[in-house]
Write a protein that binds this ligand. Structure first.
Ligand code: GUN
Length: 281
């Protein structure tokens, strides 16, 4: 039976440690660190995420600037807001909640965020610098997974790590981070033919596919570390990408859904905001 990672408690610890550093920043600089969050439209899941982000931003003592624009906003209106925040030296981070309504060009809007204020780590400059091993902002979810593995004392060097999912936000940066930790990394995706065989060889398995209970016990090696990035809304509530009840009997360490990676993502957003504020100088 695996040890279950308490992502909520770990996220709380990260936020409480940040609180101290954030207050020191304020004393030294005579202003609060500020994070601007832009939400366009009424996507219910996005509204929940954004509210949680705002609450946590205020909890650590940062200033939260929130902008809720109507669904009908034009490309120009959203762009103008991003440009204004981009040129405001008292704004340390800018987050545009995705997905944007379909009539807006997401990439064009994101590209207006200066790389040094890209708290999501979504921009080409940050992604490229991650590849190059240069200072950069790392996307919050994979950054949170790495923090989780390190906090649990998981030995990564030389281990086989398998990431299921190749998204720009999770799969690809996750693989780069694990590679940097000297893992032998395999990225699997919907077209991978021998998925079960590859997964059963993983010492560390990260599931980020977006399919409920996709990872079953027969795909998991005895004693593996299993991290579930999935957040699937089903009739039975929130379900991860891992068949938790069965897989926990085989793994040595496992993250649950909810209460695993989710809370860590927000904690790392605030960590990224702090890093953006302090990296400037
Ligand atoms: N939508 C879902 N996850 C995220 C995230 O991490 N950042 C942003 N900006 N939008 C999201």
């Amino acid at each position: 039976m695996a040890k279950i990672i308490d992502g909520k408690a770990l996220a709380q610890k990260v936020k409480d440690e940040l609180k101290v550093k954030v207050s020191e920043f304020e004393k030294e600089n005579g202003r609060k660190i500020a994070l601007a969050v832009i939400l366009v439209g009424e996507n219910p899941a996005s509204k929940v995420y954004v509210n949680n982000k705002i609450k946590s931003t205020e909890y650590v003592g940062m200033k939260s600037l929130s902008f809720h624009l109507p669904e009908s906003s034009t490309q120009e209106e959203v762009s103008d807001l991003v440009k204004t925040l981009a040129s405001d030296s008292t704004v340390d981070g800018i987050l545009v909640q995705l997905p944007l309504p379909k009539h807006l060009n997401e990439n064009k809007i994101l590209s207006l965020i200066p790389a040094e204020k890209d708290v999501d780590g979504f921009l080409a400059e940050n992604v490229g610098n991650l590849m190059l091993g240069m200072p950069c902002t790392v996307a919050c979810t994979p950054f949170g997974v790495l923090k989780m593995l390190k906090s649990e004392g998981v030995e990564l060097s030389g281990k086989n790590a398998v990431v299921i999912g190749r998204s720009n936000i999770v799969g690809k940066p996750m693989a780069m981070l694990l590679l940097k930790e000297n893992c032998t990394v395999t990225i699997c995706h919907s077209k991978t033919s021998n998925l079960k065989e590859i997964c059963s060889n993983a010492d560390v398995l990260v599931a980020a596919i977006g399919r409920p209970k996709f990872v079953t016990a027969d795909m998991v090696k005895d004693g593996a570390v299993v991290i579930d990035v999935g957040i699937n809304r089903t009739e039975n509530g929130l379900v991860g990408d891992v068949d938790f009840d069965a897989v926990k009997e085989k793994a040595s360490l496992i993250s649950p859904v909810p209460g695993g990676v989710g809370p860590m993502t927000i904690a790392m957003l605030l960590e990224n905001t702090y890093l953006c504020a302090t990296r400037k100088k």
